[in-house]
Design a protein around this ligand. Structure first.
Ligand code: NAP
Length: 246
């Protein structure tokens, strides 16, 4: 699929990996809806930067710990841009909480942000595409979920976060079937790319078979590939220098 003139919604797009993905899509010719929760200044700055590339950009706010926010976010983005071709479910809440330490409320919040929100965003996008009468001929929606290479093996260290990413992995495969033929649903699973903003959450990167640490641009490249691919769905693309094999 050519990305020129497609419209992409990137959640958690104002900073860090989301920003890299949004800019990569814009450089390929996409108009971008930047979703943010608290980083309004950064989202506005990114939208201005995207416009200097000659593309349209909008910003949408939503806190995905609220179960109704994802559908409102998708509808707002759809109405602003006319429609959405590409959804990149990048927003995420990271936590070191273990099974023992996480409160029920914390577990629920991690699941809502990391699993339920991407699911509801994809469902709403599909529903709006099915209802729309103005979609361009040949419209085929793309959903790319951003997972974590830790899903490749059992992880007890941050079980509630890991469990939510595992749910999103399962959704990626099931939704690929459920939303076909109008949508493809795929995922990228990065290894350690950027240390968390909160240095207390930093972890050792661990051994990397290829001895090369993945960069944000590598993750963005994987997203671009999955957005272009016409016959690929239900796939998890690890971008981790081979760490998931260990
Ligand atoms: N960084 C890495 O090395 C790494 C490694 C493996 C996987 N990943 C995955 O890659 C993706 C991006 O990583 P990252 O480190 O760039 O992510 P991040 O900085 O931890 O989070 C991205 C954005 O998610 C948004 N967010 C957090 N809580 C939210 C909520 N309740 N509602 C809506 N949005 C919320 C925040 O937006 P605001 O700033 O606007 O509040 C934040 O900027 C994530 O899915 C992550 O799991 C990253």
């Amino acid at each position: 699929m050519q990305l020129l003139d497609k419209v992409a919604l990137v959640t958690g797009g104002a900073k860090r990996l989301g920003r890299e993905i949004a800019l990569a899509l814009a450089r390929e010719g996409c108009d971008i809806v930047v979703h943010y929760r608290s980083s309004r200044t950064e989202a506005d700055a990114l939208a201005r930067e995207i416009r200097t590339l000659g593309r349209q950009a909008w910003c949408v706010c939503g806190d995905f710990s609220n179960a109704y926010a994802p559908e409102v976010t998708m509808k707002t983005a759809w109405d602003l841009a006319g429609w959405i071709d590409i959804l990149v479910n990048n927003a995420s809440l990271y936590s070191h909480d273990t099974l023992a330490s996480a409160s029920v409320e914390r577990m629920e919040e991690l699941w809502r942000v990391n699993a339920l929100a991407p699911i509801l965003l994809a469902r709403k996008m599909h529903a709006l595409a099915c209802e729309s009468r103005i979609l361009p001929a040949g419209y085929c929606g793309r959903v790319v979920n951003v997972l974590d290479r830790s899903i490749a093996s059992a992880s007890a260290e941050n079980l509630p976060y890991w469990l939510a990413k595992k749910d999103l992995e399962a959704f990626t495969r099931a939704a690929a079937l459920d939303l076909a033929p109008r949508f493809t649903v795929n995922a990228v699973a990065p290894g350690p790319v950027l240390p968390p903003e909160d240095s207390a959450l930093a972890e050792p990167a661990g051994p990397v078979p290829l001895a090369v640490r993945s960069l944000p641009a590598d993750v963005a490249d994987a997203v671009l590939y999955l957005c272009r691919a016409v016959t690929v769905t239900g796939q998890i693309l690890f971008v981790d220098g081979g760490q998931h094999l260990l």
